[in-house]
Write a protein that binds this ligand. Structure first.
Ligand SMILES: [Fe+2]
Length: 264
């Protein structure tokens, strides 16, 4: 049985079910809820890597992630996002962003399964619904953004700490760059599709206009009323629509280990 509990302004939903034993109708309900809400999560899911990958494959095709190494050769689509209490500086993903927007086809979904987390409430992930953000834009801004594109880079603002670490190790990865329209139709709904963490520039806009529009848009995209904050506990699985939900990790000190899968 699948039970759906709606969270704040329909930005997120908690689903109660057993992901190891899903019936077709239950899977259908999960997919529908994910498309309607943007982010869903499940508590108490003690999944093996096999269970986890099997479930991911029911939602689409697991993607290769260009920036992190796979768990092992058998489970190379599962990547490990880890932070140790001794790590200094910001953790992975500490700015609102869309995963892999610097590629031609960013993944549809991102999944995180928590294996090890600090005390509940200390290391959260914040989501911001870009469906809601688009909906509440004034008409003149919607018109302005309609045909606008922007360029994104894997070396954008969010990657500064990663780049520093790579420099220290003496090996830097190639920069990946891509261009996308700012407004996108996702699941038949219009959404803002712009990742502040990877943003380089708007295209065909003069500097003065760009600075003004960027300031307005970045502020608007993450207004508190569009946000839902997920508090992690062990064996919790979250899935979100990577194209319509911006996300960021909140700063924390502690040990955390998450298994991540992105899906086309
Ligand atoms: Fe991310």
């Amino acid at each position: 049985m699948v039970t759906v509990i709606t969270k704040k302004n329909k930005i997120a939903a908690e689903i109660k079910c057993d992901l190891k034993n899903l019936k077709n109708l239950e899977l259908k309900k999960i997919k529908e809820t994910l498309n309607n809400f943007g982010m869903i999560y499940f508590k108490n899911q003690n999944l093996s890597s096999d269970n986890y990958l099997k479930f991911a494959k029911k939602l689409g095709t697991p993607a290769d992630y260009p920036r992190l190494k796979g768990l092992n050769s058998k489970y190379n689509k599962i990547t490990v996002v880890e932070r140790k209490v001794t790590d200094k500086g910001p953790s992975f993903g500490e700015q609102f962003h869309t995963d892999s927007i610097y590629t031609k086809k960013p993944p549809r979904f991102t999944m995180l399964l928590s294996k090890l987390v600090p005390k509940k409430g200390l290391a959260n992930t914040e989501f911001s619904s870009q469906y809601l953000a688009y909906k509440s834009l004034p008409q003149n801004i919607k018109k302005r953004l309609k045909n606008l594109t922007a360029t994104y880079s894997s070396n954008g603002p969010i990657s500064v700490t990663t780049q520093e670490r790579e420099k220290e190790k003496g090996k830097q990865k190639n920069e990946l760059i891509s261009t996308h329209k700012i407004i996108k139709k996702i699941n038949k709904k219009l959404s803002i599709f712009c990742s502040p963490g990877h943003f380089i520039s708007f295209n065909n806009l003069n500097k003065k206009e760009e600075i003004k529009l960027k300031k307005y848009l970045f502020r608007h995209q993450v207004k508190k009323k569009f946000q839902y904050c997920l508090e992690w506990e062990k064996n919790q699985l979250a899935i979100w629509d990577n194209r319509s939900m911006l996300h960021q990790a909140t700063p924390f000190k502690g040990n955390r280990k998450m298994y991540r899968i992105t899906i086309y």
